[in-house]
Design a protein around this ligand. Structure first.
Ligand SMILES: Nc1ncnc2c1ncn2[C@@H]1O[C@H](COP(=O)(O)OP(=O)(O)O)[C@@H](O)[C@H]1O
Ligand SMILES: [Mg+2]
Length: 236
């Protein structure tokens, strides 16, 4: 589904990714684990075209997407829910969701996708006329995911979906992430500080350390690995 080969990327004079390689297979949930500043968000930004890939290759469904403009990458079915959610605060929930369908032409399909999103996140239906800025952090995260789903993606990248969210809502959002993956067969690349939670819903994980992938393994092996436990899972 997604293949990243020897990718380097960065900001100005800083190289943040030093040639990383990893993949995500169809239907999988894969977690990218790493400390703060390791380059997780940079990886997602390079894949979705928000920053340039300086070298290396990014292939989505077999096609090279390195340095395509972001809207073309979205158009191919790759959606990115950025860190910090970035919903349009002054627009209503419904307006935000409609924005997510801006590349869709078929009105009946849009209505049906909207129904699916409301089914996954009933709170969004309850708050459809409310402006997004008045939602709680957890509700804004639901809205950001719902907006991404409105584009009918085949592959979803989520950057820190649990960040700053009440534990009860985190649990519910993760249940829905699993459901979306299971019911729609959507492949998901998950970036999480809460590695424990993320690995529990993932098939595989990749460990990113200061711009390098140091370990790729089934999620169960990572959860059982003493070094991974010590560094990323609170050491228990
Ligand atoms: N907009 C930016 N400008 C300059 N440096 C940045 C920017 N964003 C991130 N960085 C740097 O790139 C590295 C990787 O950051 P990031 O991808 O945000 O890490 P993570 O998401 O794993 O916490 C860090 O050293 C960070 O300071
Ligand atoms: Mg980040």
């Amino acid at each position: 589904m997604l293949e990243v080969v020897q990718l380097t990327a960065g900001y100005g004079g800083i190289e943040a990714l030093h040639g990383i390689s990893f993949d995500v297979r169809p239907g999988e949930i894969v977690t990218l684990i790493g400390a703060n500043g390791a380059g997780k968000s940079t990886t997602l930004r390079a894949i979705s075209g928000l920053i340039r890939a300086r070298s290396g290759e990014i292939r989505f469904k077999g096609r090279s997407i390195a340095n395509l403009p972001p809207h073309e990458i979205v158009g191919l079915g790759l959606a990115h829910v950025p860190e910090g959610r970035m919903v349009f605060s002054n627009l209503t929930v419904m307006e935000n969701l409609r924005m997510g369908a801006y590349l869709q032409r078929d009105k009946a399909a849009i209505a049906s996708t909207l129904g699916q999103v409301f089914d996954i996140f009933p709170r969004l239906r309850e708050r459809e006329r409310q402006s997004a800025g008045t939602l709680s952090g957890g509700e804004q995260q639901m809205l950001a995911i719902g907006r991404a789903l409105m584009g009918r993606p085949r592959f979803l990248m989520l950057d820190e979906p649990s960040l700053g969210i009440a534990p009860l809502l985190v649990k519910s959002i993760f249940e829905q992430i699993v459901r979306i993956n299971r019911d729609q067969g959507l492949a998901i690349l998950l970036v999480e500080q809460n590695a424990n939670l993320a690995l529990r819903v993932s098939q595989r994980g990749h460990v990113l350390e200061t711009g390098r992938i140091t370990l790729s393994a089934p999620a169960g092996s990572l959860l059982a690995d003493p070094a991974v436990r010590k560094a990323y899972l609170g050491g228990h």
